[in-house]
Design a protein around this ligand. Structure first.
Ligand SMILES: [Fe+2]
Length: 341
């Protein structure tokens, strides 16, 4: 992934032929700060707007901290913009180390009063999430991994109270951390009402909401990867588990999987949400034959995700049966352990 550091960008901007600067954040974030002389195409609209971008000069893409810019550059590189690069660390880093005139803003204070922490596990390519209301100091964990000590340190360090632990589905590729996190915090565990789990938990169905402070997690049932799969929506963000991954979707060849149900979950539920909806998946990286990308938008996925580009239910069913990596070797044992608690 071509990257430009903040100091390097400042030198380029002061040079004789400055690059074309492209901001891929939302209009809302842009109000807080932007680089002078830039151009704006939100990530979710990039696929439709890329023909208007210059091919004869370098493009430097930026966002707030760098995730969406990397995604945009990955896309531009494939579309014949070889001189595109992402601003490393985003506007946040640029303001801190290269140009103090650019106003800084905190990820947690983008005028939205919501904390979203993405907690990657590099060794397994899994993503857990903490979503919290910073005023009430209360939040929920989504898909915690079995090593919970870092999560507990995070909660203690900022004095967070945990009101719920939610699993998007019964995982077959890694040991889940709900039991250990519940033991340490006493927060209740929430699962789909379709989950066959043996341990004490509360059951969720579509349309229900879990509140934390002044916020809430809304439940959308999205079976397909597993029967008990939930997608969780908080404001304009969806935590999609393995229903929708970046560039692809979760496999349907493990027990309980169904390409038909997944097609319906994607097309009849998730894709009806607005294009600017932010997508936070449960997996990333080479462990799962995915790109090293962390966050996307629904509009961008609609335009580029190979699962979503399948033209029909039948084509999708074929796509779901061809070319997938081998199943996790010990998935039966992992599923059994995750259902026991
Ligand atoms: Fe999964």
């Amino acid at each position: 992934m071509p990257l430009v550091g903040p100091q390097q960008l400042r030198a380029l901007l002061e040079g004789a032929s400055p690059p074309y600067l492209l901001d891929v954040r939302t209009a809302e974030e842009r109000k807080l700060a932007a680089l002078p002389g830039d151009h704006h195409v939100p990530l979710h609209a990039l696929a439709g707007a890329s023909s208007g971008l210059p091919r004869d000069r370098p493009i430097v893409v930026y966002d707030h901290v760098g995730f969406q810019a990397r995604e945009a550059v990955g896309y531009l590189q494939q579309r014949g913009f070889p001189f595109s690069a992402a601003l490393e660390g985003g506007l946040d880093e640029f303001a801190r180390v290269a140009d103090p005139r650019v106003p800084r803003y905190d990820l947690d204070a983008r005028g939205v009063d919501l904390v979203v922490r993405q907690l990657p596990r590099v060794e397994s390519g899994c993503l857990a999430y903490f979503v919290g209301d910073p005023n009430a100091k209360v939040g929920v964990f989504i898909d915690p991994g079995h090593e919970v000590e870092p999560y507990l340190r995070f909660l203690r360090a900022d004095d967070w109270r945990l009101s719920a632990i939610v699993e998007t589905h019964t995982h077959a590729d890694h040991l889940a951390g709900h039991a250990a996190l519940h033991a340490a915090t006493d927060a209740p565990i929430f699962l789909s009402h379709r989950s066959p789990a043996q341990y004490p938990h509360r059951r969720l169905t579509s349309g229900e909401a879990l509140s934390f402070g002044r916020e809430e997690v809304r439940v959308i049932e999205t079976p397909g990867h597993t029967q008990d799969h939930l997608t969780l929506r908080v404001r304009d963000k969806i935590f999609t588990g393995d229903t929708l991954l970046l560039g692809s979707c979760g496999r349907t060849d493990l027990p309980g999987g169904s390409p038909d149900l997944l097609w319906e979950s994607l097309t009849e539920r998730l894709l009806r949400l607005p294009d600017a909806t932010e997508v936070y998946p449960a997996h990333y990286g080479p462990h799962h034959a995915l790109a090293d990308r962390y966050v996307s938008s629904l509009g961008f996925e609609k335009a580029t995700n190979e699962a979503l580009l399948q033209p029909s239910r039948e084509a999708f069913a074929r796509y779901m049966t061809e070319g997938w990596p081998p199943k996790p070797g010990d998935f039966e044992r992992i599923v059994a352990a995750n259902l026991e608690g």
